[in-house]
Design a binder for this molecule. Structure first.
Ligand SMILES: NC(=O)c1ccc[n+]([C@@H]2O[C@H](COP(=O)([O-])OP(=O)(O)OC[C@H]3O[C@@H](n4cnc5c(N)ncnc54)[C@H](O)[C@@H]3O)[C@@H](O)[C@H]2O)c1
Length: 282
């Protein structure tokens, strides 16, 4: 199926990044926020990063202007009725996502593909809120979406081959590196990375090593491009704790549960880069 018009729901961290990917790749994009003020804030974020891409010589000034022109803002879900692909990136709350999908299912054409960017919820449970679960898939982007190439294309129990392939092909055409997988907790990367990062944090206390020491050990001894403490700071302690709790609830393995040290950092408001304090001071 030919995808020419894209809808993005939510212009927060992920939605703004995904909308930026879509407009840069040449797609007319309608982005829906809860208020126009939040929508304009999302637009400013997108324009800021498009401007940075021009400064770095990665995007020509006329391409930036064209990309800007492809973005339309709205507060009405009904304005997404003509979209061929809608990517939802609202808060990670099952009931909220189910409401959004139920409404989208009524508003959009039956052949449109509906995708959720959920990190830890079940795509099947979201799809079951619709009358046409065959057109619902997961498209799990990574933060920052314009920078990290991977998109996990998640096949839920009732997703059709056509919907999975349409999402895969679109991601590829938008310059991403899609990988198909089933709807299992944590999909691919988080299923592996979350318990691994939790182990790293536990090793800090068990081995009496500093965050700098641990990061040096993993970059210099295991060839990691970035140390685990720096990575958790970048992800955000709250985001990582939330994902750990979801994975722990789904799989019941102790390694998935957030380490005490991260819970204490969260309690103290030391959430990593975004608050200026995490394992490191920024
Ligand atoms: N941040 C990440 O690293 C990351 C990575 C991959 C996937 N995700 C997933 O992406 C989704 C969005 O995460 P985010 O980090 O962009 O969050 P965010 O807090 O930055 O943005 C949340 C968005 O939800 C909207 N929203 C809030 N209440 C709403 C409501 N009642 N109705 C409709 N919209 C509402 C907000 O306006 C905002 O646009 C979540 O499902 C999250 O799990 C996040």
């Amino acid at each position: 199926m030919e995808i020419s018009r894209v809808g993005v729901i939510g212009l927060g961290t992920m939605g703004a990044g995904i909308a930026q990917v879509a407009v840069t790749a040449g797609y007319e994009t309608v982005a829906r926020e809860v208020t126009m003020e939040l929508a304009e804030r999302g637009r400013s974020t997108i324009e800021h990063y498009l401007g940075r891409a021009v400064e770095k010589g990665k995007l020509a000034a006329d391409e930036r202007d064209a990309a800007r022109g492809r973005l339309t803002l709205t507060t009405e879900l009904a304005d997404l009725a003509d979209c061929d692909l809608v990517i939802e990136a609202v808060l990670e709350e099952l009931e909220l996502k189910r409401e959004v999908f139920e409404e989208l299912d009524r508003l959009t054409r039956p052949e449109a593909v509906l995708a959720t960017n959920t990190s830890a919820l079940s795509v099947c449970e979201i799809a079951e809120a619709t009358e046409h679960p065959e057109r619902v898939v997961g498209m799990h982007f990574f933060n920052p979406a314009p920078v990290l190439p991977l998109v996990e294309i998640v096949r839920a129990q009732r997703s059709s081959d056509a919907a999975v392939e349409a999402a895969y092909d679109w991601a590829e055409r938008a310059g991403k590196r899609p990988v198909r997988c089933n709807d299992t907790p944590g999909f691919i990367v988080n299923r592996i990375l979350i318990p691994l990062l939790n182990d790293c944090v536990r090793v800090l206390d068990e081995a009496g090593v500093t965050p700098e020491g641990l990061d040096t050990a993993m970059t210099s001894g295991a060839g990691w491009p970035m140390g685990p403490c720096a990575l958790v700071d970048l992800i955000g302690i709250d985001v990582h704790v939330h994902a750990s709790e979801a994975l722990h609830a789904a799989l019941g393995e102790e390694r998935m549960a957030p380490p005490e040290r991260l819970l204490e950092m969260q309690e103290a408001g030391h959430l990593g880069r975004k608050t200026g304090q995490g394992f490191y001071t920024y």
